[in-house]
Ligand binder design. Structure first.
Ligand code: ATP
Length: 259
Protein backbone atom coordinates (compact mmCIF):
# COMPACT_ATOMS: atom_id res chain seq x y z
CA UNK A 1 0.00 0.00 0.00
CA UNK A 2 1.48 3.31 -0.99
CA UNK A 3 1.07 6.34 1.26
CA UNK A 4 -0.92 9.07 -0.46
CA UNK A 5 -0.46 11.41 2.48
CA UNK A 6 2.69 11.39 4.54
CA UNK A 7 3.81 13.98 7.06
CA UNK A 8 6.92 14.18 9.20
CA UNK A 9 7.13 16.64 12.07
CA UNK A 10 4.44 18.73 10.40
CA UNK A 11 3.44 21.93 12.18
CA UNK A 12 0.16 23.59 11.20
CA UNK A 13 -1.49 26.85 12.16
CA UNK A 14 -2.35 30.38 11.23
CA UNK A 15 0.40 32.95 10.68
CA UNK A 16 2.49 32.97 13.81
CA UNK A 17 0.07 30.85 15.75
CA UNK A 18 1.14 27.19 15.66
CA UNK A 19 -1.79 24.92 16.50
CA UNK A 20 -0.54 21.43 15.56
CA UNK A 21 3.03 20.36 16.27
CA UNK A 22 5.30 17.53 15.15
CA UNK A 23 2.65 15.55 13.35
CA UNK A 24 3.78 12.25 11.81
CA UNK A 25 0.79 10.87 9.95
CA UNK A 26 0.22 8.68 6.92
CA UNK A 27 -2.80 7.57 4.93
CA UNK A 28 -2.49 4.90 2.25
CA UNK A 29 -4.55 3.90 -0.74
CA UNK A 30 -7.85 2.28 0.30
CA UNK A 31 -7.24 3.06 3.94
CA UNK A 32 -9.56 4.91 6.32
CA UNK A 33 -7.74 6.80 9.02
CA UNK A 34 -9.50 8.65 11.85
CA UNK A 35 -8.18 11.84 13.33
CA UNK A 36 -9.82 12.13 16.73
CA UNK A 37 -9.73 14.82 19.37
CA UNK A 38 -11.63 17.33 21.45
CA UNK A 39 -12.93 20.69 20.23
CA UNK A 40 -10.02 22.89 19.33
CA UNK A 41 -7.45 20.07 19.24
CA UNK A 42 -6.37 21.08 15.74
CA UNK A 43 -8.16 18.53 13.54
CA UNK A 44 -9.64 20.99 11.04
CA UNK A 45 -6.39 22.94 10.97
CA UNK A 46 -4.61 19.72 9.98
CA UNK A 47 -7.11 19.02 7.18
CA UNK A 48 -6.86 22.58 5.86
CA UNK A 49 -3.09 22.26 5.74
CA UNK A 50 -3.20 18.90 3.93
CA UNK A 51 -5.71 20.34 1.45
CA UNK A 52 -3.23 23.09 0.61
CA UNK A 53 -5.36 25.87 2.10
CA UNK A 54 -2.94 26.73 4.92
CA UNK A 55 0.82 27.01 4.59
CA UNK A 56 2.70 24.34 6.58
CA UNK A 57 4.55 26.10 9.41
CA UNK A 58 7.25 23.46 9.83
CA UNK A 59 8.23 19.87 9.12
CA UNK A 60 7.23 18.27 5.85
CA UNK A 61 4.16 16.88 4.14
CA UNK A 62 3.75 14.99 0.92
CA UNK A 63 0.30 14.75 -0.66
CA UNK A 64 -0.20 12.55 -3.70
CA UNK A 65 3.51 12.45 -4.38
CA UNK A 66 4.26 16.16 -4.21
CA UNK A 67 5.54 18.21 -1.27
CA UNK A 68 3.30 20.82 0.33
CA UNK A 69 5.16 24.07 0.74
CA UNK A 70 2.75 26.93 0.23
CA UNK A 71 -1.00 27.45 -0.03
CA UNK A 72 -2.11 25.96 -3.35
CA UNK A 73 -5.47 24.24 -2.84
CA UNK A 74 -6.20 24.15 -6.61
CA UNK A 75 -3.01 22.17 -7.28
CA UNK A 76 -3.72 19.74 -4.47
CA UNK A 77 -7.29 19.33 -5.74
CA UNK A 78 -6.04 18.74 -9.28
CA UNK A 79 -3.75 16.01 -8.02
CA UNK A 80 -6.83 14.23 -6.65
CA UNK A 81 -7.55 15.39 -3.11
CA UNK A 82 -11.05 16.52 -2.10
CA UNK A 83 -11.98 18.15 1.18
CA UNK A 84 -15.56 17.78 2.40
CA UNK A 85 -15.68 20.59 4.96
CA UNK A 86 -17.56 20.81 8.22
CA UNK A 87 -20.95 22.25 7.21
CA UNK A 88 -20.87 20.10 4.06
CA UNK A 89 -19.90 22.68 1.44
CA UNK A 90 -23.12 22.51 -0.52
CA UNK A 91 -25.35 25.30 -1.87
CA UNK A 92 -28.65 25.22 -0.02
CA UNK A 93 -30.58 27.38 -2.51
CA UNK A 94 -29.68 25.10 -5.42
CA UNK A 95 -31.24 21.76 -6.24
CA UNK A 96 -29.42 18.47 -5.85
CA UNK A 97 -28.89 18.32 -9.63
CA UNK A 98 -27.51 21.86 -9.71
CA UNK A 99 -25.17 21.09 -6.81
CA UNK A 100 -23.89 18.03 -8.66
CA UNK A 101 -23.44 19.99 -11.91
CA UNK A 102 -21.24 22.46 -10.05
CA UNK A 103 -19.00 19.65 -8.90
CA UNK A 104 -18.61 17.95 -12.29
CA UNK A 105 -15.05 18.19 -13.52
CA UNK A 106 -13.99 17.90 -17.12
CA UNK A 107 -10.85 15.99 -16.17
CA UNK A 108 -12.79 13.41 -14.17
CA UNK A 109 -13.85 10.14 -15.70
CA UNK A 110 -16.65 9.71 -13.16
CA UNK A 111 -20.13 10.65 -14.38
CA UNK A 112 -23.08 11.87 -12.33
CA UNK A 113 -24.91 8.69 -13.29
CA UNK A 114 -22.15 6.53 -11.85
CA UNK A 115 -22.16 8.54 -8.63
CA UNK A 116 -25.94 8.16 -8.39
CA UNK A 117 -25.52 4.42 -8.86
CA UNK A 118 -23.19 4.44 -5.85
CA UNK A 119 -25.53 6.70 -3.86
CA UNK A 120 -29.04 5.74 -5.07
CA UNK A 121 -30.71 7.58 -2.16
CA UNK A 122 -30.13 10.81 -4.08
CA UNK A 123 -32.02 9.80 -7.23
CA UNK A 124 -35.52 10.66 -5.98
CA UNK A 125 -34.23 13.95 -4.57
CA UNK A 126 -32.62 15.42 -7.68
CA UNK A 127 -35.14 18.25 -8.11
CA UNK A 128 -35.22 19.22 -4.43
CA UNK A 129 -33.35 22.22 -3.05
CA UNK A 130 -30.39 21.09 -0.97
CA UNK A 131 -31.58 23.23 1.94
CA UNK A 132 -34.73 21.11 2.16
CA UNK A 133 -32.87 17.80 2.44
CA UNK A 134 -32.40 16.08 5.79
CA UNK A 135 -28.97 16.36 7.41
CA UNK A 136 -28.07 12.82 6.33
CA UNK A 137 -29.20 13.48 2.75
CA UNK A 138 -27.15 16.68 2.67
CA UNK A 139 -24.12 14.73 3.79
CA UNK A 140 -24.71 12.14 1.05
CA UNK A 141 -24.92 15.02 -1.44
CA UNK A 142 -21.61 16.38 -0.15
CA UNK A 143 -20.01 12.95 -0.60
CA UNK A 144 -21.54 12.68 -4.08
CA UNK A 145 -19.98 16.02 -4.98
CA UNK A 146 -16.63 14.79 -3.76
CA UNK A 147 -16.89 11.53 -5.73
CA UNK A 148 -17.58 13.42 -8.97
CA UNK A 149 -13.98 14.58 -8.93
CA UNK A 150 -12.84 10.93 -8.85
CA UNK A 151 -10.58 11.71 -5.88
CA UNK A 152 -7.75 9.49 -4.73
CA UNK A 153 -7.93 11.08 -1.28
CA UNK A 154 -11.00 12.38 0.58
CA UNK A 155 -10.71 14.47 3.73
CA UNK A 156 -13.99 14.32 5.65
CA UNK A 157 -14.47 16.91 8.38
CA UNK A 158 -17.04 16.06 11.06
CA UNK A 159 -19.33 14.12 8.81
CA UNK A 160 -21.51 13.18 11.79
CA UNK A 161 -22.21 16.73 12.94
CA UNK A 162 -25.87 17.08 13.89
CA UNK A 163 -26.83 13.60 12.66
CA UNK A 164 -28.41 10.70 14.54
CA UNK A 165 -26.04 7.78 15.23
CA UNK A 166 -28.02 5.42 12.94
CA UNK A 167 -27.60 7.80 9.99
CA UNK A 168 -23.93 8.26 10.77
CA UNK A 169 -23.49 4.47 10.80
CA UNK A 170 -25.07 4.30 7.33
CA UNK A 171 -22.78 7.02 6.04
CA UNK A 172 -19.75 5.28 7.44
CA UNK A 173 -20.76 2.05 5.69
CA UNK A 174 -20.86 4.10 2.50
CA UNK A 175 -17.41 5.54 3.14
CA UNK A 176 -16.09 2.05 3.83
CA UNK A 177 -17.41 0.76 0.49
CA UNK A 178 -15.96 3.77 -1.38
CA UNK A 179 -12.52 3.14 0.13
CA UNK A 180 -12.72 -0.58 -0.61
CA UNK A 181 -14.14 -0.44 -4.12
CA UNK A 182 -12.33 2.64 -5.42
CA UNK A 183 -9.12 2.39 -3.37
CA UNK A 184 -9.77 5.94 -2.14
CA UNK A 185 -7.76 7.00 0.90
CA UNK A 186 -9.95 8.62 3.54
CA UNK A 187 -8.87 10.83 6.41
CA UNK A 188 -11.83 11.19 8.71
CA UNK A 189 -12.05 13.87 11.38
CA UNK A 190 -14.52 12.87 14.06
CA UNK A 191 -15.64 13.61 17.56
CA UNK A 192 -17.73 10.46 17.83
CA UNK A 193 -14.89 8.17 18.80
CA UNK A 194 -16.68 4.81 18.82
CA UNK A 195 -18.39 5.26 15.47
CA UNK A 196 -15.23 6.56 13.85
CA UNK A 197 -13.20 3.63 15.11
CA UNK A 198 -15.75 1.18 13.77
CA UNK A 199 -15.18 2.35 10.23
CA UNK A 200 -11.48 3.22 10.39
CA UNK A 201 -8.46 0.99 9.89
CA UNK A 202 -6.22 3.17 12.04
CA UNK A 203 -6.47 6.31 14.09
CA UNK A 204 -4.62 9.18 15.71
CA UNK A 205 -5.75 11.12 18.78
CA UNK A 206 -4.85 14.80 18.84
CA UNK A 207 -4.72 16.57 22.18
CA UNK A 208 -3.98 20.27 22.07
CA UNK A 209 -2.22 19.95 18.77
CA UNK A 210 -0.12 16.90 19.54
CA UNK A 211 -0.67 13.24 18.81
CA UNK A 212 -1.16 11.59 22.17
CA UNK A 213 -2.24 8.14 20.98
CA UNK A 214 -2.22 6.22 17.74
CA UNK A 215 -2.70 2.68 16.56
CA UNK A 216 -5.01 0.31 14.78
CA UNK A 217 -8.72 1.01 15.15
CA UNK A 218 -9.13 -2.24 17.09
CA UNK A 219 -6.48 -1.21 19.57
CA UNK A 220 -7.86 2.30 19.96
CA UNK A 221 -11.41 0.90 20.25
CA UNK A 222 -10.44 -0.97 23.38
CA UNK A 223 -9.59 2.41 24.87
CA UNK A 224 -12.41 4.44 23.35
CA UNK A 225 -13.88 5.25 26.73
CA UNK A 226 -10.57 6.62 27.96
CA UNK A 227 -10.05 8.56 24.78
CA UNK A 228 -13.54 10.04 25.02
CA UNK A 229 -13.07 10.96 28.65
CA UNK A 230 -9.83 12.69 27.72
CA UNK A 231 -12.03 15.07 25.68
CA UNK A 232 -13.44 16.37 28.95
CA UNK A 233 -11.56 18.11 31.69
CA UNK A 234 -7.79 18.22 31.52
CA UNK A 235 -6.74 16.99 28.09
CA UNK A 236 -3.01 17.33 28.39
CA UNK A 237 -2.62 13.60 27.93
CA UNK A 238 -4.44 10.38 27.36
CA UNK A 239 -3.87 8.33 30.46
CA UNK A 240 -2.38 5.30 28.81
CA UNK A 241 -1.04 3.95 32.09
CA UNK A 242 -4.64 3.64 33.24
CA UNK A 243 -5.63 1.79 30.10
CA UNK A 244 -3.65 -1.32 30.86
CA UNK A 245 -2.18 -1.24 27.37
CA UNK A 246 1.43 -1.95 26.63
CA UNK A 247 2.95 1.21 25.20
CA UNK A 248 5.20 -0.11 22.47
CA UNK A 249 6.77 3.09 21.34
CA UNK A 250 6.89 6.72 22.33
CA UNK A 251 6.94 9.40 19.69
CA UNK A 252 6.59 12.48 21.86
CA UNK A 253 6.23 12.56 25.56
CA UNK A 254 2.67 11.47 26.22
CA UNK A 255 2.28 9.79 22.84
CA UNK A 256 1.60 6.11 22.72
CA UNK A 257 1.65 3.73 19.82
CA UNK A 258 -0.64 0.75 19.89
CA UNK A 259 0.84 -0.76 16.78
P1 ATP B 1 -13.56 21.24 16.42
O1 ATP B 1 -13.77 19.80 16.74
O2 ATP B 1 -14.19 22.15 17.44
O3 ATP B 1 -13.92 21.62 15.02
P2 ATP B 1 -10.73 21.17 15.79
O4 ATP B 1 -9.94 20.09 16.46
O5 ATP B 1 -11.10 20.95 14.38
O6 ATP B 1 -12.00 21.53 16.66
P3 ATP B 1 -9.48 23.56 14.86
O7 ATP B 1 -10.68 24.09 14.16
O8 ATP B 1 -8.38 23.02 14.05
O9 ATP B 1 -9.89 22.50 15.96
O10 ATP B 1 -8.95 24.75 15.78
C1 ATP B 1 -7.75 24.58 16.55
C2 ATP B 1 -7.43 25.91 17.21
O11 ATP B 1 -7.11 26.85 16.16
C3 ATP B 1 -8.57 26.53 18.00
O12 ATP B 1 -8.04 27.03 19.21
C4 ATP B 1 -9.07 27.65 17.13
O13 ATP B 1 -9.59 28.72 17.88
C5 ATP B 1 -7.81 28.06 16.40
N1 ATP B 1 -8.10 28.68 15.09
C6 ATP B 1 -8.98 28.26 14.16
N2 ATP B 1 -9.00 29.08 13.09
C7 ATP B 1 -8.10 30.05 13.37
C8 ATP B 1 -7.64 31.21 12.67
N3 ATP B 1 -8.12 31.51 11.46
N4 ATP B 1 -6.70 31.96 13.25
C9 ATP B 1 -6.20 31.66 14.48
N5 ATP B 1 -6.59 30.57 15.20
C10 ATP B 1 -7.52 29.80 14.66
Amino acid sequence: MSALIETAGLCCGYGRSTIVRDLDLSVSEGEIVSLLGANGAGKTTTLLTLAGVLKPLGGSASVLGAPLRKPEPHRVANRGLTLVPEGRGIFYQLTVTQNLRLRERRASTVTTDEVLDTLPALRPLLARKAGLLSGGEQQILAIAGALLGDPRVILLDEMSLGLAPKIVEGLFVLVRSIAKERGTAVLLVEQQVKLALEVADRGYVLTRGRVTAQGSAAELRENARHIESSYLGDTTDVDVAGMGVAAIGTVHEGTRRYT
